[in-house]
Design a protein around this ligand. Structure first.
Ligand SMILES: [Fe+2]
Ligand SMILES: [Fe+2]
Length: 193
């Protein structure tokens, strides 16, 4: 298995887990600790905004997609759509972060709007990753050369810092992920409920 393929799937799994936790937190609501609720949601949304934007999308857009596109004219429209998702996804998550602040600052009358857009965003992003996993990655396996895989493997591995000779490879976003699971109330995370 190519290392880059493994990393792409792991990054998707981390993002899916965070999106699902976010959905569960929104359904759960603030209960009796509003301060913690908004802190956790802000952290989750920062992760969902920052991690793909800095680490994941650029490598798909500048390497994986062009390599696949060159030899797969039949899925050109799909790749165009995924590129647009990368571009507009950024605006969508910023808009959602704004709606969360509106809920926090202006109160529960803003909750429905946030609920609605967060569901929409979560579906949008899950569908984006499914299209990549079900259509782009299998196509990449069919058409990419060994040289292209070597470039992808090297570039995707740059996401990680080695914390020590025996440590698992972790990026700063893995550390942020762990922090979020620690502050998120149980049973969604491991924090105090
Ligand atoms: Fe993507
Ligand atoms: Fe992706």
């Amino acid at each position: 298995m190519h290392q880059s393929l493994q990393i792409i799937r792991q990054e998707h799994a981390s993002l899916s887990a965070m999106l699902q936790s976010m959905s569960l937190m929104v359904k759960r609501g603030p209960e009796d600790n509003e301060e913690l609720f908004f802190k956790v949601l802000r952290a989750m949304m920062f992760y969902i905004d920052e991690f793909p934007e800095k680490q994941h999308h650029p490598k798909e857009s500048t390497l994986l997609f062009p390599f696949v596109r060159e030899r797969s004219p039949q899925i050109k429209d799909l790749i165009d759509k995924l590129e647009i998702d990368h571009k507009y996804g950024e605006y969508k998550i910023r808009e959602l972060e704004h709606l969360l602040i509106a809920w926090e600052m202006l109160g529960d009358k803003k909750r429905d709007e946030f609920d609605h857009f967060s569901n929409q965003y979560i579906n949008f992003y899950m569908q984006h990753m499914q299209l990549e996993e079900n259509l782009i990655l299998p196509q990449a396996l069919k058409v990419l050369s060994e040289k292209e895989w070597a470039i992808l493997d090297e570039e995707f591995s740059l996401n990680f810092d080695l914390l020590g000779p025996d440590s698992p490879r972790k990026s700063e976003y893995d550390q942020l992920f762990t922090y979020i699971t620690q502050i998120t109330p149980a049973p969604i995370g491991f924090g105090n409920s």
